[in-house]
Design a protein around this ligand. Structure first.
Ligand SMILES: *Cc1c(COP(=O)(O)O)cnc(C)c1O
Length: 363
């Protein structure tokens, strides 16, 4: 508390990110980073940007990020005018909360979800209501629809949801968007690339028919670029314009030159993307089976993490015992989920270390 603070600062409850310990030799399974390196073409593009013209960094980057928008548009086969890019999907989400989700009626999101959402509501003064997941931790769109069209300002949830990993079928999202045609429906697809092998279940497929759907994605997870901070949104131009107006009232150059070239090359490297995401999916399925073999209840995951609880062991104690063995997983002290661990899918070798450690702890 300080008399120098603006009043809003006194009331903020900031988001707490998973820790990034400085220790070497950790098995770090706590913040859903990708265990594989980014596309070599992305790294090459960044080196070239630095090397070609030694003092290129003295110039501002392209304020519109047009090269990256074009790469995103190519990947999804949508017009570039449907794409917004930003410095991480957290920033894209922040602009979305401010530009699209503050209305007379409350914003709705699940009771168990990405814990940044209530933080943005506090920052921007947005009225919200948390809608409980069902007993199996699934989103029930009928609970949102039942509120009635005039009573819902907007809806946001991740798909797959975080930290449960559960995927909502696209048909349910279409039904929700249809039932609440005046409410922006934001689908935060941070993990969707791990949601299917041959078909990725992205709601981008619904945008042409549903002008109220906005999809956000990040290069932090499926493209192994959490350190570069790049995210984007896709929607019809009416929604994109709101984000652009907010962005140009906040920071004209959110993406630096290295991020723009690296992210564009990563979006274009379809082969690298597909190989690494398939590897993560295979490891996730194996990890889920191994955890079940140790007696854990594991929620069905469509993400690069699993959410699991042991019927007879306290989750916080398990997390502490893993930590003693230099393995870090995430434990949330929130209601309904405080007996779960969220475990990021690592390499098969990292997953094997985790399973061996758990076997020892449970013995
Ligand atoms: C990781 C994550 C993000 C943030 O991604 P960044 O682009 O790294 O900011 C957004 N939403 C959810 C649900 C996430 O898990």
């Amino acid at each position: 508390m300080s008399r120098f603070w603006s009043p809003v600062v006194h009331d903020l409850t900031p988001y707490v990110p998973g820790e990034q310990p400085k220790l070497a030799k950790l098995v770090k399974l706590n913040t859903n980073e990708n265990p594989y390196p980014p596309s070599p073409r992305a790294l090459e593009a960044i080196r070239a940007e630095l090397g070609e013209d030694a003092d290129r960094l003295k110039l501002y980057p392209d304020p519109t990020g047009s090269q990256l928008k074009a790469a995103v548009a190519r990947h999804f086969d949508v017009p570039a005018e449907w794409v917004f890019v930003g410095n991480s999907s957290d920033e894209v989400l922040a602009h979305t909360f401010q530009g699209l989700l503050k209305h007379e009626a409350p914003l709705l999101f699940p009771d168990i979800t990405y814990s940044f959402y209530p933080v943005y509501c506090g920052l921007y003064g947005i009225d919200f209501e948390a809608i409980p997941l069902d007993a199996q931790f699934a989103i029930r769109v009928d609970d949102y629809i039942a509120r009635g069209a005039g009573q819902v300002g907007a809806v946001i949830f991740p798909n797959p949801n975080a930290p449960t990993g559960r995927l909502l079928p696209l048909a349910d999202i279409a039904r929700l968007a249809e039932a609440l045609p005046d409410a922006p429906i934001v689908i935060d697809e941070a993990y969707v690339d791990f949601g299917g092998l041959d078909v990725i279940p992205t709601a981008v497929a619904l945008i042409r028919r549903h002008p109220n759907i906005l999809v956000t994605q990040t290069l932090s997870k499926s493209r192994s670029l959490a350190g570069l901070r790049v995210g984007f949104a896709i929607g019809q131009p009416e929604l994109i314009e709101a984000l652009t107006r907010v962005k140009d009232s906040f920071n004209s150059y959110p993406l630096d030159r290295l991020a723009l070239v690296g992210a564009s090359a990563a979006m274009d490297d379809e082969a690298w993307f597909d190989t690494t995401r398939r590897q993560v999916i295979a490891s996730r399925n194996a990890l889920s089976a191994s955890l079940a073999g140790l007696g854990f209840d594991v929620l069905p995951s469509a993400a690069n993490f699993v959410f699991a609880r042991h019927p007879r062991r306290d989750a916080a104690a398990l997390a502490a015992a893993l930590r003693d063995r230099s393995i870090i997983v995430r434990h949330f002290k929130a209601e309904r989920i405080d007996q779960f661990l969220r475990i990021t899918v690592g390499t098969d070798a990292q997953c094997a270390l985790l399973i061996d450690a758990l076997r020892e702890i449970l013995a």
